[in-house]
Design a protein around this ligand. Structure first.
Ligand code: SF4
Length: 482
């Protein structure tokens, strides 16, 4: 394989790789808005965009408000069939002129490129994240990887500009080994960044599940050989094309587990709305089972059962709360119950990031908290594991509480407060657990909207010099690879 040029698998890796079957999948993808604009969509898809919608989108073609310059249009047949019956899913997948009305936002949300020691790898936390592919089976309009998927130019920490590249096995495994060797030699902490062993890797992109098994398997084996303890794979494929989770894929995972039983595997699925996996009747109502639970789409249920039935695989859902898609407590309540019942955990819900055009997609931070809190009323403890997280440049931050009443004697708290708490801090996690309290602003979409009403900031969310420290610290470690 190309990615592995310069990398020689061990006998154990090769024995695993020799077991892998790699079928092709027919996702029946429509790629590009022109298919609809030029009337070339298959007959069954005609009408997915109305004439008025097409006219408005056509008028933006080639202008700075061209919706596909921001994010290319792509949809699978499976998702199209689901979306036909779901306004929420249509909003997720259909391009809209509104999304480029305000193009304010960050080219590199979270300053991710500052934490990229080798191409395609982000090492911000104790875990590494890799871009192994730059597309998905379909494209969510709100995607916060739009700069990767649309191949945009992004500035790196060293001032150079270019499209984000993909990870390659030799470089990534070389970095992991070098980092972990230094950590070990230094008594468990990296000598400059203070980070611990790099023990967990998330395969991401784009969606790794668009890769065939014979491209995925070498990553699994190489990471296991490099000493990674747990591998995560982030995917929305169970919503876009659940048949990808077929016997050949499950056999590959079983073979990997038999070869590397000490390595954990987590599938991080991405469901935004129960319309993505529950059956609906012609009136749009979910179809109940005799006990009051709802019937799943059979293909999605087969895919989910296939992975959760392997007791060694953990399945966790995480999703942003997006305007017009899932800012709906009833939908989130149904989704959390249904996922937990079949063995998937509810991990995070996210506030939207400050991507380009974020104002078209993000609900206010306080609204997102309220929606999730309402959705969890009446759920059992195990059904309410999900927290609301917003990704600050410093790290993952929980929106822990929003209060309504004034706090007597506290200036700025006349309308209540929002309490943020750092869950995962970049580099050595030094600020984990620290909080920040701001006066309420029901319209706030991002941290900037609270900058004039900070009451208490132990977490340093509004001290940008501390963020700069984190950004500047990373290249030091990169240099240690030599
Ligand atoms: S599946 Fe994830 S990476 Fe792919 S378009 Fe949707 S949000 Fe973006």
């Amino acid at each position: 394989m190309d990615e592995a040029m310069g990398y020689v698998p061990t006998a154990r890796e090769q024995a695993f790789l020799d077991t892998v079957e790699s079928p092709k999948y027919d996702r029946q993808i429509i790629s590009g808005l022109n298919t609809f604009l030029e009337g070339r969509a298959p007959e069954h898809m005609a009408g997915f965009y109305g004439e008025d919608e097409l006219a408005a989108l056509r008028a933006l073609k080639g202008t700075e408000r061209d919706v596909e310059a921001r994010m290319p249009v792509k949809i699978t047949r499976h998702y199209f069939e689901l979306a036909r019956q779901s306004p929420a899913l249509q909003r997720l997948i259909k391009a809209s002129p509104d999304e480029t009305a305000d193009l304010v936002g960050s080219e590199d949300p979270g300053h991710q490129m500052d934490f990229s020691p080798v191409e395609g790898l982000l090492h911000k936390y104790e875990m590494g994240l890799m871009y192994v592919v730059s597309t998905c089976s379909a494209h969510c309009r709100f995607c916060y990887r739009e700069e990767l998927i649309a191949r945009k130019q992004v500035e790196r920490a060293d001032g150079t500009v270019g499209a984000k590249g993909l990870a390659r096995i030799p470089e990534v495994t070389g970095y992991i080994r070098a980092h972990n060797r230094l950590v070990e030699q230094n008594g468990g902490r990296h000598p400059t960044s203070g980070r611990e062993k790099l023990r967990e890797i998330l395969l991401s992109g784009g969606d790794p599940m668009v890769l065939p098994n014979n491209k995925l398997a070498p990553w699994l084996a190489a990471l296991a050989e490099a000493g990674i303890e747990s591998i995560r794979l982030g995917t929305k494929e169970m919503a876009f094309h659940p048949d990808r989770f077929d016997d050949a894929f499950l056999d590959m995972l079983d073979s990997f587990h038999a070869t590397y039983p000490e390595v954990g595997f987590r599938l991080m699925v991405h469901f935004n709305h129960p319309d993505e996996f529950l059956q609906k009747d012609p009136d749009g109502a979910y179809i109940p089972n005799p006990n009051g639970t709802f019937k799943w789409n059979e293909r999605t249920r087969r895919a989910m059962d296939g992975v959760v039935s392997r007791g060694w695989i953990r399945v966790e859902n995480q999703a942003p709360i997006i305007k017009g898609i899932n800012d709906d407590p009833d939908a989130l309540r149904i989704m959390q119950r249904a996922l937990k019942r079949v063995g998937a955990e509810n991990h995070y819900f996210f506030c939207g990031r400050d991507i380009i055009a974020y104002r078209a997609f993000n609900v206010p931070i306080e609204t997102a908290w309220h929606v999730l809190n309402e959705s969890q009323k009446g759920l059992s403890g195990v059904e309410t594991h999900a927290r609301l997280s917003i990704t600050h440049y410093k790290g993952k931050t929980e929106v822990a509480a929003v209060t309504n009443d004034p706090i007597p004697g506290v200036p700025g708290a006349e309308h209540g407060v929002v309490i943020f708490k750092i869950l995962r801090n970049a580099l050595d996690a030094g600020d984990r657990g620290k909080v920040c309290i701001v006066g309420r602003n029901p319209h706030a979409l991002w941290f900037d909207d609270y900058a004039d009403r900070v009451i208490y900031d132990e977490a340093g969310l509004f001290e940008y010099s501390r963020v700069e420290y984190a950004r500047n610290a990373v290249p030091v470690e990169t240099g240690s690879l030599a």
